[in-house]
Design a binder for this molecule. Structure first.
Ligand code: FES
Length: 182
């Protein structure tokens, strides 16, 4: 940049003209108002792009949700014969695919619950503690309510996905998966 540029350089902070300014100011004649103008423009660009990214993200989530709702039903898979588990015992299984570890716990005579086995914090496998009515994640001392899957202590904030169950002819079947904890 030279002093003869068409765009005028603003007055230096000390109010003196360009000539008596120190060498460093003449070598780097920053036009502060112009500089602020660019910053404001960059900031506006940043705000617009951030808002756009946020809006696109929201649409993506909506799209995923409607896509999931439109998905075909999950398979019905036999887990274990009712008699094979005593009250308080548990069984690890996979559902709906071989890569989805789950855990089934028998709570009572005709009462079973099953959840995704991976902790909603950082995906460690949870362990049933039926004597305390909890599922325990030993990685960071996370706890979930055994009867609902809701987080009750430690880092996890989201409930475990629940596997819906049916008992047919003396066998416990997995019939679907839901995030509902009721
Ligand atoms: S992974 Fe379960 S509490 Fe951190």
């Amino acid at each position: 940049m030279s002093y003869s540029d068409a765009e005028p350089i603003s007055t230096p902070p000390d109010g003196r003209t360009d000539r008596p300014q120190p060498r460093w100011r003449r070598d780097f004649p920053i036009d502060w108002p112009q500089d602020e103008y660019v910053s404001r423009r960059d900031f506006t660009k940043f705000v617009v792009l951030t808002s756009l990214a946020f809006t696109v993200g929201q649409f993506w989530i909506l799209l995923q949700n409607s896509w999931r709702r439109g998905q075909k039903a999950l398979p019905i898979v036999a887990i274990v014969p009712v008699d094979a588990l005593a009250i308080g015992e548990s069984q690890v299984f996979t559902y709906p695919t071989e890569g989805d570890p789950c855990i089934l716990v028998r709570l009572g005579e005709d009462s079973f619950v099953a959840y995704d086995r991976l902790c909603t914090h950082l995906l460690c496998p949870v362990l049933p503690k039926p004597e305390h009515g909890q599922l325990h994640c030993p990685c960071h001392e996370g706890y979930f309510d055994l009867s609902t899957g809701r987080p009750i202590a430690g880092p996890p904030q989201r409930p475990l996905a629940r596997i819906t169950l049916e008992i047919r002819s003396g066998t416990v079947y997995a019939t679907g998966k839901t995030l509902s904890t009721s």
